[in-house]
Design a protein around this ligand. Structure first.
Ligand code: ADP
Length: 838
């Protein structure tokens, strides 16, 4: 309901009757000035009662501001002392409030608050407006009007009518009040104006407030202008770009390029790259836009942008660290390797429980074909990560790891970033193959770049020279592989945990072939198990006759050959089924490549069997010595390295200095020349561990006593004949076993290492532990001189021969006659078994 109270009877401002007592409405956030009209919303019950009383009497009410607008029921102390007696022009009652339009009449001072429970009534006295019009006041009025107008030109929203009204006001106080109402002032500031009775002082205050307002207006217009300039720049760029497109289109080069730029822009958007990379990409994109599309430089930029947008900056796969599931997958993919699987599961368990722990980089060390790579793949499959590998073999240039700078023609990122891009996620399992074959030369040291890659402390900010921006490698699970630990650069070795994978025994190979390689190859060749069966003897025949390796790679290849042969037969209407056994294997694979009966000439003195540890696992190696008429020289051939040559010289010196004890003529050497050859002359050989073998071959040559053909030996010798420990006992033993040699002479200092040899092999072999070369000779040389060979020595030999030639029947190691020499043979396996390939 609206009460229109306007109309005759409303007194004009100059004929104001000021009552002594009037109801009061406290105002929040508002000051009402005399003569001015203000809309007020009245909601508090006491205020509504006051309003009602005013309406019932003379429509006059005192409007007085509250000091603190938060106070709901203000007392006399919460109100200012000077307010405005106002008249109510109009009112409308709504649900919870009454809207009132009131006009101020005159300033009043509150003399007294009258006691009442539910309504404010006050005794008031009028503060009449002082009339003055001196020059200062006039000047002030002029300033106020000018400044007020300036405000509108600077963007303040003041209506035209208001400006005209201001122009027309002649009363200085009234002008001040009117302008103050229209300024953005706080309640305190407005109240200050209200309380300033002297018109001159009031005008001065208003001038001050106006100046402040103008200042704020000018700052905000400056900010607005700036924003507009920036907006204008973007718009200008857009227009120019459109024009450029049009020009390029005219020139016949536009469309593709524009599309390309757009595509790059989208890719940058989609690639979720970090801020720093994004800035870089956008900068390059701008460069590309300005280039001719056929220029060489533009193709460089294009390739660069391709790289930047294709790197998975923020794409990770979710790990599945359910350890039982991982264990199942590892067992599904690989036979044996129990210790290694165990270690891997421990590693992953730690990752599961403490994901942020910086875990060591694993390094699988072992001969080729022992499952290093496929274990890596298996881990990736088990935990649900992507898998990538990169071979470091033969990498000599640091740039291969870290990329070439873009200034080089054909520059690309290094292998690490390439691998990450190929993986398509920033947390793949990354296999670094052949880390032992990293080289270094004048082009820089790649191992130092690898250090940065593998160091968990540094690799969160790996920098590639090509990318020029950093990439976080800390989520990647690196696994390195190597064949031998010796050649891994020591600082790298320091950052890795080495896990050894050793050669497989024949029994293991049969199982791997049966459970894994055979089903895999059958599947690859589209055969059913019914069509091709391989018996255990068939597998053994393949292992013995067609492969001779530490791992199972050739075995897998030979099974593949077998599958191929069978497929061929099936394709030519021989339906099969085929069953491959030890007996009929030659029908499929032809003659055996290897035989356990070595064709090597053992029937002469001067030939000894040694053992080597190479990158392909253990190897049997023969040493052959011959002498001829000459002037006492020593030649050693067979692609032999320096260390091995020196071993030969040491062996010769030892023999010469012990000629008498060996039963040789002290001058035996003077008119002879000696040649030591290590066959398989094309394969490089080195290392000190052939010392005892060369010594045995030489002693055999000079004494005419042959080296026993079923003994293999390894050990370094000193000039005084001491035998020093060597590495790779396990691999060497497995190699001898593969060759069907079951007697092994190894340095005494290596005695504990035979525990590492698989039981299956250990039980079949006899180990002799030598602390000096005499121990070796006692075992390795036959007692009698070979009759056919002429030697220059006397018949008598002065060193002792080990007594039992046959294996002792005792379980534990026993002492031989010379006290130093021990032979060990494991529980109850004394009866010599047939050789694997016999
Ligand atoms: P490496 O990387 O050590 O040279 P690979 O991982 O390439 O060897 O292994 C060669 C082949 O032998 C692969 O097909 C692999 O699956 C298989 N292999 C090796 N060891 C085992 C094993 N213990 N169980 C099942 N398969 C194996």
């Amino acid at each position: 309901m609206t009460d229109n109270l306007d109309g005759p009877g409303i007194p004009g401002p100059d004929v104001i009757e000021v009552p002594d007592v009037s109801p009061l409405i406290p105002l929040r956030d508002l000051v009402v000035f005399p003569y001015l009209v203000a809309p007020i919303s009245v909601g508090r019950p006491a205020s509504i009662l006051a309003l009602d009383e005013a309406i019932e009497t003379n429509r006059k009410v005192v409007l007085l501001s509250q000091k603190d607008s938060k106070i709901e029921a203000p007392g006399p102390d919460d109100l200012y002392e000077i307010g405005t007696l106002s008249i109510i022009l109009r009112m409308a009652r709504l649900e919870n409030e009454v809207r009132v339009l009131a006009q101020g009449l005159t300033r009043v001072r509150i003399k007294k608050f009258l006691e009442s429970d539910d309504i404010f009534r006050v005794e008031i006295e009028e503060i009449p407006e002082v009339k003055t019009k001196d020059n200062t006041v006039q000047a002030l009025m002029k300033t106020v009007i000018e400044q007020f107008k300036r405000c509108t030109t600077m963007g303040k929203n003041i209506s035209q009518e208001m400006l005209m009204a201001a122009d027309g006001i002649e009363e200085p106080g009234m002008l001040a009040d009117m302008v103050a109402t229209n300024l953005d002032l706080s309640v305190e500031e407005k109240q200050e104006i209200l309380e300033t009775i002297d018109p001159e002082a009031r005008l001065k205050k208003v001038v001050g407030f106006l100046a402040k307002e103008l200042d704020v207006l000018s700052i905000s217009s400056k900010i607005q202008n700036q924003a507009q300039v920036e907006l204008g720049k973007a718009h200008r760029e857009y227009v120019l770009r459109e024009q450029l497109k049009a020009i390029q289109k005219e020139l016949g080069e536009g469309d593709d390029k524009g599309q390309e730029i757009e595509e790059f822009r989208e890719k940058i958007e989609e690639s979720m790259m970090p801020e720093e990379v994004r800035d870089k990409a956008e900068k390059e994109l701008k460069r590309l836009e300005r280039m001719h599309p056929d220029s060489a430089e533009s193709s460089v930029v294009r390739t660069y942008l391709d790289w930047l947008t294709n790197i998975p900056w923020n794409i990770s796969s979710q790990d599945n660290l359910d350890i039982l599931h991982v264990e199942k997958i590892l067992n599904e993919d690989h036979y044996g390797l129990d210790k290694i699987k165990e270690r891997l599961l421990e590693y992953l368990s730690v990752k599961k429980i403490k994901p942020d722990m910086k875990s060591p980089i694993l390094c699988f060390v072992g001969p080729p074909g022992t499952g290093k790579t496929s274990l890596g793949m298996s881990i990736a499959r088990a935990i649900g990560r992507k898998f990538v590998r990169s071979s470091l073999g033969g990498v000599r240039d640091e740039a291969e790891i870290r990329g070439h700078r873009r200034t080089y023609v054909g520059a690309l990122p290094g292998r690490i970033i390439q691998g990450i891009r190929d993986a398509g996620s920033n947390n793949p399992v990354f296999m670094l193959d052949e880390i032992d074959k990293l080289g270094s030369d004048f082009r820089g040291d790649p191992s130092s770049a690898m250090l940065e890659v593998l160091d968990p402390e540094q690799n969160m900010s790996f920098s590639d020279h090509y990318l020029e921006v950093q990439f976080d490698l800390s989520k990647v699970m690196f696994i390195a592989t190597a064949n031998l630990p010796d050649t891994i650069p020591p600082p790298l070795m320091d950052r890795m945990e080495v896990i050894h994978l050793s050669s497989y025994t024949e029994r293991e190979k049969v199982e791997i072939a049966r459970r894994h390689l055979y089903p895999k190859q059958l599947g690859n060749h589209g055969l059913y198990p019914k069509q091709l069966k391989i018996s255990k003897s068939g597998y053994q025949a393949i292992i013995r006759g067609y492969t001779r390796e530490a791992g199972v790679r050739n075995l897998e290849r030979t099974i593949a050959t077998l599958c191929r042969k069978v497929t061929r037969r099936i394709a030519t209407n021989d339906k099969g089924p085929f069953r491959v056994t030890g007996k009929n294997i030659t029908d499929f694979l032809g003659h055996h490549i290897y035989s356990s009966k070595e064709s090597f000439a053992y029937d002469r003195p001067g030939v000894a069997t040694g053992l080597a540890w190479t990158s392909v696992g253990g190897e049997v190696l023969y040493v052959e010595a011959r002498r001829m008429h000459g002037k006492g020289g020593l030649t050693i051939t067979g692609h032999v390295g320096k260390v091995m040559q020196e071993s030969a010289m040491a062996a010769l010196t030892f023999i010469r200095s012990n000629a008498e004890r060996l039963g040789l003529d002290p001058k035996f050497y003077e008119d002879q020349e000696i040649h030591v050859h290590v066959p398989a002359g094309a394969i490089p050989k080195d290392g000190p561990s052939a010392g005892v073998t060369i010594a045995s071959a030489l002693v055999s040559l000079f004494t005419g006593r042959r080296v026993r053909r079923n003994v293999a030996m390894t050990g370094e010798i000193t000039l005084s004949g001491k035998v020093l420990p060597i590495g790779g006992v396990k691999e060497k033993a497995l190699a001898a076993y593969r060759y069907g040699i079951y007697n092994l002479i190894i340095p005494k200092a290596n005695e504990s290492h035979i525990e590492d040899i698989p039981e299956e092999v250990r039980n079949k072999m006899k180990f002799y532990f030598a602390s000096d070369i005499w121990d070796v000779l006692n075992i390795s040389l036959e007692k009698k001189k070979a009759s056919a060979e002429k030697t220059s020595t006397k018949e008598v030999v002065s060193f002792k021969i080990a007594k039992p030639k046959k294996a002792p029947k005792k379980k534990s190691a026993s002492k031989s006659s010379n006290g130093d020499l021990k032979k060990r043979k494991s529980a109850g396996k004394s009866r010599p078994r047939p050789r694997p390939s016999a």
